[in-house]
Write a new protein. Structure first.
Lengths: 103, 175
C-alpha cells in the first residue's frame, strides 16, 4: 500500500501550496488515491528509479519526472516513462518481478 | 478532511476480522475487505518556478531511517506505523537502514538511490538542472493502513516542514 501512503502524503503537500510529483509502478493503486501528478515507471517493486548503480538511467527517470512536473496541466495527470528493467528479476515472496508491485 | 470520519468508521469494522489475517501474514485475504480511500478530486498547486531555480525535497515510503540516530519504525505493528523520519540532505544514504518488510531489500541495499535518490538529486543540483536541495527530506513506512491518521497527522507535518524550508516542489517515491 505504498502508493496509497505516498499518495496521501503527496495530496497534503500539494494542498499546503507546494507542487508535487510522484513515481508509480502500480497505476491501479495510484489512480485510486489520485495524486496531482505522477509518472509511470515500469520497474519492479522496491526499485522505483531503475537498476542499482545505473546512474544514467536513474538520472533520466528523475529528469523525465521533473519535466512532467512542468508539463502536466490536468490535476491527476501522468506521463509514461519509456525505461525498462534491464537486470535479473527481483524476487519477492516467490515471485519474479521485472515490473510492477506485488499484489 | 471529509473522508476521514467515514474511513475511520469503516476501518473499525474491518480491523477485527483483518487483525488475525495480518497476524498470519495473509495480507491478500486481509486487504480484500480493506476500505481503500478513493478520491474523485485532487489538490492542485500550479508550478510557479522554473526547475533550475527550484528547491526540491523528496519523500520515500521505504521506511528508511538513520540507525543509532533515529528510532526504527515499528515493523511488528499489525496496524502499521504512521510516523515519519526527517533525513538531512548531508546523510550518506548508504548508511540508512530499511524498516519496511514488504519489499525485497537487496536492490536498495546495493544502491539506496533506487528508493531515495539523494545522490542523483545532488548531481542534478550540481549540474544546475534543479536549483537546490532542501535541508530536510522524509521517510515514512509504506505499510500504513491507518490512512486517516497518516493523512491528518503525518502528511500535514511533513508539508509544514517543507513550507518552513521554502521547498518549491516535492518528489514522492513510493516503494
Amino acid at each position: 500500500m505504498c502508493h496509497q501512503s505516498g499518495g496521501l502524503i503527496q495530496r497534503a503537500i500539494e494542498a499546503a501550496g507546494i507542487p508535487t510529483i510522484s513515481l508509480s509502478n502500480n497505476p491501479t493503486a495510484t489512480r485510486r488515491v489520485r495524486p496531482p501528478r505522477w509518472t509511470r515507471v515500469r520497474f519492479p517493486r522496491g526499485s522505483m528509479l531503475g537498476e542499482p548503480g545505473n546512474r544514467g538511467k536513474q538520472r533520466a527517470v528523475l529528469e523525465g519526472t521533473f519535466a512532467a512536473l512542468g508539463t502536466i496541466q490536468t490535476p491527476g495527470g501522468h506521463v509514461e516513462l519509456p525505461y525498462r528493467w534491464e537486470a535479473p528479476p527481483v524476487m519477492f515472496r516467490g515471485k519474479a518481478l521485472t515490473e510492477g508491485s506485488y499484489g | 478532511m471529509e473522508w476521514t470520519a467515514e474511513f475511520r468508521a469503516r476501518y473499525a469494522e474491518w480491523w477485527p476480522q483483518a487483525e488475525p489475517l495480518l497476524a498470519a501474514h495473509d495480507y491478500s485475504a486481509a486487504f480484500k475487505t480493506y476500505p481503500w480511500p478513493t478520491f474523485a478530486d485532487t489538490p492542485w498547486t500550479p508550478v510557479a518556478k522554473a526547475l533550475g531555480q527550484s528547491r526540491i525535497a523528496v519523500v520515500t515510503t521505504g521506511g528508511l531511517y538513520r540507525p543509532g540516530v533515529d528510532p526504527p519504525f515499528d515493523v511488528g505493528a499489525l496496524g502499521g506505523d504512521v510516523s515519519y523520519r526527517a533525513i538531512p540532505r548531508e546523510t550518506a544514504i548508504a548508511t540508512l537502514a530499511i524498516a519496511h518488510p514488504h519489499f525485497a531489500h537487496e536492490v536498495a541495499e546495493a544502491d539506496m538511490n533506487t528508493v531515495f535518490p539523494l545522490d542523483r538529486l545532488e548531481e542534478l543540483r550540481a549540474d544546475g538542472v534543479i536549483g537546490d536541495l532542501a535541508p530536510t527530506h522524509f521517510s515514512t513506512m509504506g505499510y500504513a493502513p491507518r490512512a486517516a491518521d497518516l493523512a491528518e497527522e503525518t502528511a500535514p507535518a511533513i508539508a509544514a516542514r517543507m513550507r518552513a524550508e521554502a521547498v518549491d516542489a516535492a518528489l514522492l517515491v513510493p516503494v
